[in-house]
Design a protein around this ligand. Structure first.
Ligand SMILES: *Cc1c(COP(=O)(O)O)cnc(C)c1O
Length: 431
């Protein structure tokens, strides 16, 4: 199976972290997000361990909240020694409500409004990752009004194409994120930041993309950042003490995706960084990374109940589920592939070729196309793997479908962590 927390029990049912998927579906209803906390923790430990070993004990991974933001994730991240990256006051509010310390938060966002900046400063956010000049000016003023010196990282665009999907490729020069080095604009940005009296520049940030399996783009990125840092040091005397190199290691959605050895990739990046800094006469900076997907994606499984099959003669077979693009819009958005299993019939051959269709009145509402699963009957539990990232976080109420519940499992026990939305919940702001 794709992951080793999945297995098959004596009833021929899928088990997740030791629990029968069909029983979880019966107990909590479907669609249901299942998040294996033990897998999340083990992913956190992989990063913390490898980063400490290779970058030094002051290095840290920040969990990129946007992948999966709900109250229950923050205590897990904190107890595993992670900081977090937040991209909106909503994520900050959620993290604070969960008791996560503000000083361990890094506030991202390409257009932070005056209110956002005020909210972040008033709540004592550890670092602002300043995206642009407009933000810099407002942040300097707001920090001054609060009588603080705000630590910041400056978001730079390194002009790199990591050969992933266009829509999640953010490091190229032509990007709405950060200030480009190639065009010379970063120079003015850095100098302006260094001149702000209520801001303390501690280093640089850049993020080149997502679903990256190799270390080459990270190596190239740290090299560009280090060369730029050396130039700034020569020109201004300022030496960047921190490089935050963003997120993006890939996960396996299907058997076709490679298995990425994250500690080995981190070791490669660290060696390249150290060699580059030695060549340039720089101190090796403190390193942060921002994994989101690779912390939570493979910990998540979505369970659906199928409405049965529909065979369009001469064309294809459909298997319908009681969710779809409302709880997982990634196929509709990016044609992202998923592994789908008939959790009720794991011992039967997965030879029914079909397309998994959701319940919305939208022909794009699909989860996977032309895949094989064990031929289902109405009422079977269908499991879609690797849904921990960018599923709950991107869910909608399209067609007035309530968002699913979520259970977290740990040590063979399940507990409800997000209640299923009710019809009243969906109407609560409507006058
Ligand atoms: C999306 C994003 C991340 C996380 O990316 P993953 O692919 O989920 O690891 C990290 N940093 C920034 C700036 C991002 O935009």
């Amino acid at each position: 199976m794709l992951y080793n927390n999945l297995s098959v029990n004596e009833s021929g049912h899928l088990t997740i972290g030791g629990l029968d998927a069909t029983e979880l579906a019966a107990t909590y209803g479907t669609p249901l997000y299942v998040l294996d906390e033990d897998v999340v923790r083990s992913n956190c430990r992989t990063y913390v361990g490898a980063m400490h070993e290779h970058f030094g004990s002051d290095a840290a991974p920040l969990y990129a909240s946007k992948a999966l933001c709900f109250k229950g994730i923050y205590p897990v991240a904190e107890s595993e020694g992670m900081c977090v990256d937040v991209v909106s006051p909503g994520e900050i509010y959620t993290a604070l409500a969960a008791g996560f310390p503000a000083e361990k938060m890094f506030f991202h966002g390409t257009n932070k409004t005056d209110e956002d900046i005020e909210f972040g400063v008033a709540n004592g956010i550890g670092y602002f990752v300043v995206d642009n000049m407009n933000e810099l000016e407002v942040l300097d003023r707001v920090a001054g009004e609060h009588g603080i010196i705000q630590p910041v990282l400056l978001r730079l665009t390194v002009g790199l194409d990591p050969h992933t999907l266009e829509a999640i490729n953010t490091g190229r020069v032509d990007s709405q994120f950060g200030v480009p080095i190639d065009t010379g604009q970063a120079d003015g940005f850095v100098r302006a930041a260094l001149a702000c009296s209520n801001i303390r520049v501690e280093g640089f940030h850049s993020h080149v993309g997502s679903q990256i399996f190799e270390s080459e783009s990270f190596c190239r990125q740290v090299e560009i950042l280090a060369e730029y840092a050396a130039k700034i040091k020569a020109e201004t005397g300022f030496e960047a003490g921190i490089f935050n190199i963003g997120g993006g290691f890939g996960v396996r959605y299907t058997e076709k995706d490679p298995l990425s050895d994250i500690p080995e990739r981190i070791r490669e990046v660290s060696e390249h960084l150290k060699a580059t800094c030695a060549r340039l006469g720089l101190n090796v900076p403190r390193i942060f990374m921002e994994p989101g997907r690779s912390i939570v994606a493979d910990a998540g499984v979505t369970l659906y109940t199928t409405g049965g099959t529909k065979e369009v003669k001469g064309y294809r077979n459909y298997v319908t589920v009681d969710g779809g693009m409302t709880d997982n819009p990634r196929y509709a958005l990016y044609k992202s592939e998923y592994t789908v299993l008939n959790a009720s019939r794991m011992n039967e051959p997965a030879d029914y070729e079909c397309t998994i269709a959701g319940r919305c009145c939208e022909s794009g509402d699909r989860i996977a196309e032309y895949i094989g699963i064990a031929r289902p009957e109405r009422g079977d539990t269908i499991a879609v793997l690797t849904t921990g990232a960018y599923n709950y976080a991107m869910a909608s109420n399209y067609n007035r479908v309530p968002r699913p519940a979520m259970v977290m499992i740990s040590g063979g026990e399940a507990r409800l962590v997000v209640r299923r939305e009710s019809f009243e919940d969906m109407m609560k702001n409507e006058l």
